[in-house]
Design a protein around this ligand. Structure first.
Ligand code: ADP
Length: 306
């Protein structure tokens, strides 16, 4: 019986000015999953980590994705899956997306790659709906395709991969809980035209900066005048981390997903490491536990290991 093993990467969604529309895959951390086919329509889940996630298929994001694939296959197959998470649920670096996208890609491989990437994104978004109540693709798309992705539209699905420079990414995950529902609820429903114009300029600048390898333009465009001023209140130490990381040479960065993780982009590894030590200094002072990662942009997306 064939067993497919995949590595499914962490992702940064809401890329600063690109709220809901820009996401990026990371090389570290990633989840590992093993999956095999069953000949009856059910999903068996084994969790191989300390997070105590549900094993009922309807309550686990990987489970609901696999159930949607089983339905599409007219209930002729089932799946048994083993999930070893390294991306902590609720961290803001796409833990739910890694399970959802990893399950979709692995299942597709078992089925002889019959589904297109857009179809895989559609299946995997069922998992995001379970985790956060809404279907969104800004973690799922980069998780599946790798690199940086623009989600120009969800209805109809229009995903545009954006070639990007080989940037380094530093992430700090302060171990506090920011509920996605709270992070959504505090957002203003109306914005000023002058703020919208500034944000449009930044999004266009950021995408152009990625395409032209223009680090200064990327740095200037990593500014969010709409979401960050409101959401950053939920993350202790945010303003200090951001200011000190930029002083340490980071091009810029912001809240990852809906937080609490914060990420920064740097042009080289030594700057990314200085940024990490600045992040540690800030969180050592607050007494809040944290994890850090120094990594690069993952250009491959979910990877079939064997
Ligand atoms: P992140 O921001 O890191 O993606 P989310 O808040 O989107 O985290 O998703 C985590 C939520 O989804 C948690 O409430 C968790 O219990 C639930 N969940 C269910 N199944 C999974 C899974 N396989 N992987 C991660 N989270 C899951």
């Amino acid at each position: 019986m064939k067993i497919v093993k995949v590595h499914s990467p962490a992702t940064v969604a809401n890329l600063v000015c690109g709220f809901d529309i820009l996401g990026m895959a990371l090389n570290d951390p990633f989840d590992a999953m093993k999956i095999k086919l069953l000949d009856d329509p059910r999903v068996i889940i084994h969790n191989k980590d300390e997070y105590n996630l549900p094993t009922e298929a309807e309550k686990n994001v990987a489970g609901v994705v696999l159930l949607s694939i089983i339905e599409k296959m007219n209930n002729t197959i089932g799946f048994e899956i083993e999930i070893e998470k390294h991306i902590k649920p609720g961290s803001g670096i796409g833990s739910s997306a890694a399970s959802a996208a990893g399950a979709a890609v692995a299942a597709n491989n078992l089925l002889g790659n019959i589904f297109s990437n857009d179809e895989l994104v559609q299946f995997a978004m069922n998992g995001e709906k379970l985790a956060s109540g809404v279907k969104h693709a800004d973690n799922i798309a980069p998780c599946i395709l790798g690199g940086i992705c623009l989600i120009r539209s969800i209805h109809p699905l229009d995903i545009i991969p954006i070639p990007s420079p080989d940037l380094f990414v530093t992430v700090v995950h302060p171990q506090i809980e920011v509920r996605t529902s709270d992070a959504r609820q505090i957002l203003r429903q109306q914005i000023l035209l002058k703020d919208a114009i500034r944000q449009w300029g930044n999004i266009a600048g950021l995408v152009t900066g990625f395409l032209k390898n223009d680090f200064d333009l990327i740095g200037r465009s990593l500014e969010d005048v709409i979401i960050e001023p409101v959401r950053s209140i939920l993350i202790p130490g945010f303003d200090e981390v951001k200011t000190s990381c930029k002083e340490a040479g980071a091009l810029g960065g912001g809240i990852s997903g809906s937080g609490p993780s914060v990420f920064m982009l740097s042009k080289d590894e030594s700057t990314a490491r200085s940024v990490e030590s600045v992040m540690k200094d800030v969180y050592n002072k607050t007494g809040i536990d944290y994890n850090t990662y120094v990594t690069t942009i993952n250009k491959r997306g979910v990877e079939i290991i064997e």
